[in-house]
Design a protein around this ligand. Structure first.
Ligand code: FAD
Length: 416
């Protein structure tokens, strides 16, 4: 069976490797003319590392990434609200990795080239349309000037073409642009001093003004430094949502630094980290409404094309990776390919929609808002602001929803 995948992002490349290893004939067609290590930091949750480890990639990732030891939530004064061990530090069989998104994509690309064959990943091919006829899908690809450069015939087409998916737009032409709630994110990477043990991911502040940071480079850690990925979220109002989402749009310090100027914690100088960044990017926090259907005949969606979500709880890349595993298992189970795509959708559509919806209601960040509302000047005893029972329920509910709870993850280990 021949499977064409539009998009060589995190989701497309992982799906391509899972499918190829299962014996399918896979071709990946990517819009850009060459992959460059773009983006800043990204997290791969333990359950998704399990899939990558199954593809033989754990060592390559460990050589580049930081194995995240702890996730810590703090108020805007730097006081800890909740800290949670991650990955192997939580007794799971796999680590959680914090990594540069571009490096992750390059690791996946080189591994996919080896597994599929270099000629099976084609660049400069933007999917522009497709037709389904007699159990075949014929897709048309254009270059950046809109000139048709290729057609690909396959038994199945997977749209892994990201938040502006053309495959999704084919089925939902009236959907319009992604949606947001007026929050802009400024993202950057700074070489600095290690903080909180050198492998902690921090979320500080509250939903309308948040600072997220975590180290992403093993090489820097080995030199006693930290390559710190950071994100400043600020609620700006609806006009901010008019910006077209472009992962490479440069940001300006003066637009957000003043709001973080007094965020000097005893363990981190937030304005100092922001000021020392060598590049800053601006991006609106956007998602799309969950879809009623992903699979239409022999065509389906995967990753951000299917379920773009706010980057709350670090789930975007991990859920795309889990999609790749699920679609492979359902196609491998055999039978009618259209039925396999329906089963894939049944497995993945509702769980990912629940994360999209939960993130719109702030997801696990709700704990930050509760503390900000009840103790805006900080607290002397957390228990009197956010009782342990209430906190534990917020955490347990979110982990269950995002397949990050221990029980689900250990079940996945046994199932392997
Ligand atoms: C340049 C870039 C930088 C990013 N930086 C970050 C970051 O710093 N932090 C973070 O958390 N997330 C980042 N993301 C998003 C993140 O990678 C995804 O949210 C997540 O990993 C899910 O992956 P995906 O493969 O579904 O989507 P993506 O990783 O977005 O990949 C989609 C791929 O499809 C390609 N494509 C788009 N349209 C077409 C088309 N019509 N035909 C063929 N191919 C097409 C794109 O070029 C891209 O390679 C970035 C995405 C991109 C594209």
């Amino acid at each position: 069976m021949k499977i064409a995948i539009a998009g060589a992002g995190i989701g497309g490349l992982v799906a391509a490797m899972c499918l190829s290893r299962a014996g399918f004939n896979v071709e990946v067609l990517e819009a850009v003319s060459e992959l460059r290590p773009l983006g800043v930091g990204i997290n791969i949750q333990a359950g998704a590392v399990r899939v990558l480890a199954g593809l033989g990639l754990e060592l390559a990732l460990a050589a580049t990434a930081v194995e995240t030891r702890e996730l810590r939530y703090a108020n805007r004064h730097g006081q800890t609200i909740w800290a949670d061990p991650r990955g192997r530090h939580a007794g799971l069989p796999w680590p959680q990795f914090s990594i540069h998104r571009g490096e992750l994509q390059m690791i996946l690309f080189h591994a996919a080239e080896k597994m599929l064959g270099a000629d099976r990943i084609k660049f400069g091919r933007r999917i522009a349309g497709f037709e389904q006829k007699d159990s075949k899908v014929t897709a048309r690809f254009v270059d950046r000037d809109g000139k048709t450069v290729d057609t690909a015939e396959s038994d199945i087409l997977i749209g892994a073409d990201g938040i502006h998916s053309a495959v999704r737009a084919h089925f939902y032409p009236d959907e319009g642009p992604p949606k947001g709630q007026g929050i802009l994110m400024w993202r950057g990477v700074t070489v600095g001093k290690p903080f909180l043990g050198g492998a902690t991911m921090v979320q500080a502040g509250h939903h309308n003004q948040k600072f997220v940071c975590y180290p992403i480079s093993r090489a820097h850690a080995e030199k006693g430094e930290a390559l710190i990925n950071w994100i400043c979220d600020l609620r700006m109002g609806d006009d901010a949502m008019l910006l077209r989402e472009d992962w490479n749009r440069p940001g300006k310090l003066s637009d957000f630094l003043p709001r973080f100027e007094d965020w000097t914690f005893d363990w981190l100088d937030v304005p100092g980290v922001i000021r020392a960044a060598h590049a800053i990017y601006e991006f609106p926090m956007v998602d799309r409404d969950p879809l009623p259907r992903w699979s239409h005949g022999r065509v389906t969606l995967l990753g951000d094309a299917a379920h773009p979500m706010y980057p709350i709880g670090s789930n975007g890349a991990s859920q795309a990776i889990l999609d790749g595993e699920a679609i492979t298992q359902e196609l491998l189970a055999g039978g009618d390919p259209e039925a396999a795509l329906q089963r894939y959708e049944q497995r993945r559509r509702r769980p990912t929609a629940r994360i999209v919806e939960s993130n719109r209601r702030k997801g696990i960040d709700v704990m930050l808002d509760i503390v900000e509302q009840r103790a805006p000047q900080g607290f002397s005893k957390l228990e009197s602001v956010l009782p342990t029972d209430e906190l534990e329920k917020i955490v347990a509910d979110y982990k269950k929803l995002a397949n990050q709870d221990r029980e689900t993850l250990l079940k996945m280990a046994v199932a392997q």
